[in-house]
Design a protein around this ligand. Structure first.
Ligand code: ZN
Length: 567
């Protein structure tokens, strides 16, 4: 087979070793392999463009933060996490590993780029382009590697209806579905991925041997056991109970996004990180002012709870050292909330973890170039990571502000979610942003934000809007951003210069506009007024042509980073 680089599609022919999933005999873990001659696979031509969407960025941390013991523990964590990579390759698709082997052996230099993009995506399906294949032409099965590639939702459901005794295992978070002798069967993760999980468990136990922190030791031993037993309840509890540990690992199957067939199967992921004690102190400081921030809000008392509830989950800021598996595929995670187990959530709550250096990497590679393109020269100077990070953290804190329950005209008491239905999420996202920014002058007055940095927060707010709107306005956060952007423009707080085609901030108007929007949103929420919410969204949730054109000029700026780890 020859290569035709000039053509639209490059061809390469390979003989594929397809894992004959579901045809395997009784011997566990070892699958029969069937050699299948496949039609030549096509490679999409624009691999450079695809790679350019992600800026390679080295993820590093200050090693002086750790002592010898912690360094040794981190090494073990990385080795354990790497097993999650191995598992996720199998979960993401049935063909990814075979293509990876082939490309790895290829001597054609052009294949190096396909190999890199394959690794970014954990398979031949482009996560930044609706999972369309960039190698080969077969579409990605909705059930990724968790189900037989040809299985439909209807067949899966019909099988469960006919065999109710399998329902629990078939719908289990931690099983894969296969075909065996013409029947569907479920295989638990601890059987399907036994080798990889055993290796991960060994590294976790070795780390447990090294650490002198009792809560970490306890968590690691329970997690190792959980991986082998396919049950994470105890170790989830132990994770919430971690105390005074600097180094940490989150490892196991978590989110179900990869399973687009049924949304049932959790994909394996690993996060290795160092707790950022300095940042966490700062957050504690903000939280000390929560009551004052509530009192400060520009509405009558009836629109704000007498006592501010605590945060839904404590905020943790960490320095990412290594990631693996699902979280590393495509767009990188900058924050997560775990655990997902409802029992643990009810008993112990959750933790929200911000990966600060990952956020900083995204900021540098994406938000800075966006700012230079979209903002006036003067404003772009004020776009700093301090401003951006502070705004993100304050937004999270401000979700606690305002009102939690509303009394409807008929006297019934209900939650905002019930009262405002589908409109609640975008309004709540906007409220969190503007109510937090509204309180910035208060935090400056209290000495918690340096006065000379105040403008950086407003400017980060404007710059960050272009990034959020670029990701689309279908999400609650995207829609919220668009509404705020339109509101701020209407009030003259954001100005557009037709000559330079750039936006700028009017510092004399921004505070007033933020105050007005904060009041508007708190009143809609406090009244539980569904009609007003709908009106507000209809009025401010539309993107005008000018903004569309402006956003279209960002096409060549990376949408995210490609993490490069020194391991
Ligand atoms: Zn939010």
């Amino acid at each position: 087979m020859h290569f035709q680089r000039e053509n639209l599609l490059l061809l390469f022919g390979i003989t594929f070793l397809i894992l004959a999933l579901g045809l395997n005999s009784g011997c566990k873990g070892k699958e029969e392999q069937e050699e299948v001659e496949m039609a030549p696979l096509e490679k999409a031509p624009n691999i450079h463009e695809r790679l350019a969407k992600l800026a390679p960025t080295e993820i590093i941390y200050d090693e002086s933060l750790l002592n010898e013991e912690q360094k040794q523990v981190i090494e073990k964590f990385v080795l354990a996490a790497k097993q999650m990579d191995k598992i996720f390759w199998k979960q993401a698709s049935h063909v990814g590993l075979a293509i990876k082997d082939k490309l790895e052996q290829s001597e054609d230099p052009a294949d190096k780029e396909y190999f890199r993009y394959l690794k970014i995506n954990f398979g031949p399906f482009d996560r930044l382009n609706e999972n369309k294949p960039f190698i080969g032409t077969s579409p990605k099965p909705l059930g990724a590697g968790f189900y037989p590639a040809d299985l439909t939702k209807e067949e899966f459901q019909a099988y469960i209806n006919e065999h109710p005794e399998v329902k629990e295992q078939f719908e289990h978070l931690y099983t894969v579905i296969k075909r065996k002798n013409g029947e569907l069967v479920s295989v638990p993760y601890n059987e399907e991925y036994r080798e990889d999980l055993e290796a991960a468990a060994v590294y976790l136990k070795e780390a447990a041997d090294i650490t002198t922190n009792p809560s970490l030791k306890n968590y690691l031993l329970l997690r190792a056991d959980g991986l082998l037993r396919n049950d994470y309840y105890e170790s989830d509890v132990a994770w919430i109970d971690l105390k005074d540990n600097l180094v940490e690992i989150v490892i196991g199957p978590f989110e179900v996004y990869e399973d687009e067939l049924m949304g049932l199967k959790a994909a394996h992921t690993g996060f290795v990180y160092i707790n950022d004690l300095e940042e966490m102190e700062k957050i504690k400081g903000y939280l000390n002012f929560l009551d004052e921030m509530q009192k400060n809000l520009p509405v009558e008392q009836k629109y704000k709870d007498q006592e501010v509830g605590g945060l839904e989950s404590p905020l943790n800021v960490v320095i990412e050292v290594f990631t693996a598996g699902e979280t590393k595929a495509g767009i990188q995670t900058s924050a997560f909330v775990l655990p997902n187990d409802e029992r643990v959530r009810a008993e112990k709550g959750t933790k929200k973890v911000f990966l600060k250096n990952m956020m900083e990497a995204k900021f540098n590679k994406s938000l800075i170039p966006i700012s230079k393109r979209m903002l006036s020269e003067e404003d772009a100077e004020y776009v700093t990571f301090f401003g951006y990070f502070s705004e993100v953290i304050l937004h999270e804190i401000a979700h606690a502000l305002g009102i939690n329950y509303v009394t409807l005209p008929d006297g019934t008491k209900t939650t905002l979610n019930v009262a405002l239905k589908e409109h609640n999420s975008p309004l709540e996202e906007s409220k969190a942003t503007v109510a937090s920014i509204y309180n910035v002058p208060l935090l400056v007055e209290k000495g918690w934000i340096p006065a000379e940095k105040e403008r950086e927060i407003y400017t980060a707010y404007l710059a960050g809007m272009f990034r959020a709107m670029r990701f689309g306005v279908r999400s609650a956060h995207g829609l919220a951003t668009l509404m705020e952007f339109n509101f701020m423009k209407e009030k003259g707080a954001f100005l557009y210069d037709e000559e330079t085609e750039k936006y700028s901030l009017d510092m004399s108007k921004i505070k007033g506009a933020i105050e007005e929007l904060t009041r508007t949103l708190l009143v809609i929420q406090g009244d539980g007024d569904y009609e007003k919410a709908a009106e507000f969204i209809a009025r401010y949730g539309q993107m005008d042509e000018l903004t569309k054109t402006a956003l279209s000029k960002l096409g060549d700026i990376p949408v995210d980073i490609e993490p490069v780890f020194p391991y």
